[in-house]
Design a protein around this ligand. Structure first.
Ligand code: ACO
Length: 428
């Protein structure tokens, strides 16, 4: 007999099925809970709530394991390319040589964006945060490809939107950056690989020849792979919940970009480097800042530390920490905040407060140092995260659609006023 969980409410017993995933993750299926008992579950922040069954990414926060479609993140980061990982996440298996060539060629063909998008870009002030610019540009694709709005579009049309989004995202990211600098935009060069093409659009300028440094391009490839998916985090859940209303891929991903922007999520990579710079400017006393982070009367938190699901080292942070040393060494860059970061990490990992709460460095702790060494400005860090996370958002949106999941609609426990009679106080 399959496993059951028993819930007793006011002396009455109810049985609910226990379901198991392929990695032995267990859940109590309470989909009939309200019908049977009149109760709902209360789980603020969804700390114990599984919202879907997904075959894309597996992570074990206790053991520090992360796999995309069964492949360990360590192997993919070392051996694969970002586009191959994108294909893997979206279509479920590694592409054959022919499939990869077709995928790559289609992406090359769609890397240009409609010239009218430039007019939208021009409407923004140069000081606009590039995350806001990016989410607007991504959403604007709904206007240029209105067929993407049709919930009953064919799979071929869905694939076209997927290719368009992957192809145009580097162009839009680079253009958001150029806009913030008040410089002319660069058009894509399709015989460059995905990362090199992006670097060209970011850094080439009309007055001098720009040659892509293969060390920079390879480092970017690794960073993007590490960010490519992370199951049901805040931005991905946003993409899924927006997509569950049958909103378009472009609209759903645009919402995901906004969710990623916050400092508790993808915005943390910008906050980390600003924190490390502030510690340096303050004299570099890491113990003082660790004490601040522990002080419950001080709102300061150690940015880049702690994670909702990792209660062990974030495996991505391990890879990035090592990459940080390698890349800075290869580029001959010396960044004093790297030493501060290492000192801070050591101080926190040996402090009772952080040990007891299982707070470890997360993916954002070292990524900013690499981005800075690659020449990416601080306000673009979260945008880089969005570029990396795109295949994951797409894969999750596609899976939700293929599984025909119902609209997401949580419930609540109402705690407001009960009945009150209206008393007119202001004339209409
Ligand atoms: N510095 C100091 N204390 C912390 C930190 C931190 N970075 N993170 C958590 N804590 C403490 C909390 O104060 C709390 O202590 P308490 O039990 O005494 O009240 C305990 O650890 C648990 O923290 P919660 O906030 O309840 O954990 P939650 O799972 O809700 O939050 C989060 C996770 C948001 C990532 C949190 O650790 C944090 O704010 N970290 C800093 C921001 C950051 O780096 N975000 C990026 C996350 S990775 C990503 O999204 C890509």
């Amino acid at each position: 007999m399959s496993k059951q969980a028993e819930i007793i409410i006011e002396g009455k017993s109810y049985q609910f099925p226990v379901i198991e995933g392929t990695e032995n993750e267990k859940a109590i299926d309470i989909s009939k809970l309200r019908d049977l008992t009149g109760h709902i579950t209360y789980d603020i922040g969804y700390k114990n709530t599984g919202v879907t069954k997904s075959a894309i990414t597996y992570l074990d926060g206790e053991e520090g394991i992360l796999k995309y479609r069964g492949y360990p993140i360590e192997q993919l980061a070392e051996k694969s390319s970002f586009l191959e990982v994108a294909y893997l996440l979206i279509y479920g298996k590694l592409p054959t040589a022919e499939q990869f060539k077709n995928f790559d060629t289609s992406i090359d063909r769609h890397s240009m964006i409609h010239e009218d998008v430039k007019k939208i870009l021009d409407g923004f002030p140069s000081y606009a945060h590039p995350m806001g610019v990016l989410s607007s540009l991504v959403c604007s694709l709904t206007a240029f490809y209105p067929e993407s709005l049709d919930p009953n579009q064919t799979e071929e049309q869905v694939d076209n939107s997927i290719i368009r989004l992957i192809a145009k995202m580097p162009t839009m990211v680079a253009w958001a950056y150029k806009k913030s600098k008040g410089r002319p935009v660069n058009y894509p060069i399709n015989d460059l690989d995905y990362c090199s093409n992006f670097l060209h659009m970011m850094f080439a300028n009309p007055t001098e020849k720009y040659i892509v440094d293969p060390v920079v391009s390879a480092a970017l490839n690794t960073l993007l792979i590490l960010h490519a998916d992370h199951e049901q985090n805040c931005s991905t859940s946003t993409v899924r919940i927006v997509g569950s209303s049958q909103a378009s891929l472009f609209g759903s991903v645009s919402a995901g970009i906004n969710a990623l922007w916050g400092p508790l999520h993808g915005g943390a990579n910008q906050e980390v480097i600003e924190m490390l710079d502030a510690i340096k400017a303050d004299g570099g006393d890491v113990q003082k800042w660790v004490a601040k982070a522990k002080d419950k009367n001080d709102p300061f938190r150690l940015m880049g530390f702690g994670h909702r699901v990792y209660k062990n080292f974030d495996p991505r942070a391990r890879i990035i920490k090592k990459a940080c040393d390698d890349i800075l060494g290869k580029l001959g860059v010396s960044d004093p905040v790297l030493d501060i970061a290492k000192e801070l990490e050591h101080a926190a990992l040996t402090d009772q407060y952080f040990v007891e709460r299982k707070l470890y460095p997360n993916v954002d702790f070292y990524s900013g140092i690499i981005y800075r060494a690659l020449g990416i400005p601080v306000n673009m860090f979260t945008v880089m995260f969005a570029l990396g996370r795109l295949p994951g958002w797409i894969a999750q949106w596609k899976e939700l659609r293929e599984n025909k999941e119902p609209i997401g609609r949580p419930r609540q426990i109402y705690t407001g006023e009960t009945d009150r009679d209206y008393v007119e106080m202001n004339k209409r």
